[in-house]
Design a protein around this ligand. Structure first.
Ligand code: SAM
Ligand code: DTB
Ligand code: SF4
Length: 329
């Protein structure tokens, strides 16, 4: 089904429920009109871990749940720089820094600004995800040179209160507006596998596509069930069917043809074949390195081998560096 203007939820459902091959063909056709055979590699680092006042049911870093993570205050600059240099040497293009905050505390802003400037000077694109931002904070981060701000809507507006009660969906939209108004690129996506329906997933994609400034990148996470969180046992119940997961990526590609779609959390639990189908459906960015924020991600060598096997463009310098340096980022 071809839709010229922004589709309705009903039209999106029709696109979604096409025969699988037809849907993937449509998504890949749109993909090839806008992108080549290359994958963006982003490195993620948790710069402040755990004790978050929010109650997101999926999150191991929420202070509301007892999980097995090492809580850490804001990381010292020299440590962040060491991680960033290593990420660059391994070929990452963007360095994403995450903090388990509801919003960045005012007294930490000078330190955050310093971090942005220092990482930019290393020649990396910068991204941060720090929770809600005021207008002034968004402007300060943008002025410091922050390229991207990640702030996920995570699920549909309708399902949101089932997952998070300490903030509402609209507060996410408000921060996203401040991010865009300040001139930073919006990175916004969500999680599949939290008990939401297909309709919820499509409604989430529509909300993303209908943002005043559509996201430059959309991370699609597959729930990583972490023991101790309310969704920690989702592994035993049928999480998200893998073909539904791939279909959702295809619809995201069709709906947002020029957006980078990042196959994010949950890749460690996916087979090579599943990931290959996600790339065929339109995903063209990954988190690279063996750790996300607190949970695991495939080893660099495993990813490079897969990307090579699939014929994705990988810069030679990246491969050289990886061959001479086998330690983690
Ligand atoms: N505190 C900030 C916020 O919530 O915006 C930034 C960090 S938060 C950990 C970033 C994103 O990680 C969440 O929005 C969610 O999409 C994703 N995430 C967290 N825990 C996850 C899990 N167990 N499985 C999949 N994605 C997860
Ligand atoms: C996003 O959408 N996924 C990343 C990034 N943005 C910050 C985070 C995934 C976190 C997975 C759980 C963890 O490692 O703690
Ligand atoms: Fe806090 Fe972000 Fe985790 Fe929610 S997702 S508990 S806001 S760190």
């Amino acid at each position: 089904m071809i839709v010229k203007n922004k589709p309705t939820l009903e039209q999106l459902e029709e696109i979604y429920h096409q025969p699988f091959n037809k849907l993937l063909f449509q998504a890949q056709t749109i993909h090839r009109q806008n992108f080549g055979d290359e994958i963006e590699l982003c490195k993620l680092l948790s710069i402040k871990t755990g004790s978050c006042p929010e109650d997101c049911k999926y999150c191991p870093q929420s202070g509301h749940y007892k999980t097995d993570i090492e809580k850490e205050k804001l990381m010292a600059m020299d440590q962040i720089v060491a991680h960033a240099k290593k990420a660059k040497s391994l070929g990452a293009k963007r360095f994403c820094m995450g903090a388990a905050w509801r919003n960045p505390p005012a007294h930490k802003m000078p330190e955050l600004i310093n971090i942005i400037k220092t990482i930019k000077d290393l020649g990396l694109e910068t991204c941060m995800t720090l929770g809600m931002l005021s207008k002034d904070q968004a402007n300060e981060l943008a002025t410091a040179g922050l390229d991207y701000y990640n702030h996920n809507i995570d699920t549909s507006e309708e399902y949101y209160p089932e997952i998070i009660t300490t903030r509402d969906f609209q507060s996410r939209i408000d921060t996203l507006k401040e991010v865009a108004n300040a001139g930073m690129k919006v990175c916004c996506g969500g999680i599949l596998g939290m008990g939401e329906t297909i309709k919820d997933r499509l409604s989430m994609l529509l909300s993303l596509a209908n943002l005043d400034t559509p996201p430059a990148s959309v991370p699609i996470n597959r729930l990583v069930p972490v023991p101790g969180t309310p969704l920690g046992n989702k592994m035993d119940k049928a999480q998200v069917d893998i073909f539904d997961f791939i279909r959702t990526i295809a619809v995201a590609r069709i709906l947002m043809p020029t957006t980078r779609i990042r196959l994010s959390a949950g890749r460690k639990q996916m087979s090579d074949e599943t990931q290959a189908l996600c790339f065929l459906a339109g995903a063209n960015s990954i988190f690279y390195g063996d750790k996300l924020l607190t949970t695991g991600n495939p080893e660099e060598n495993t990813d490079l081998a897969l990307l090579e096997k699939l014929g994705f463009a990988i810069e030679e310098s990246q491969l050289q560096d990886k061959k001479t340096d086998e330690s983690c980022v």
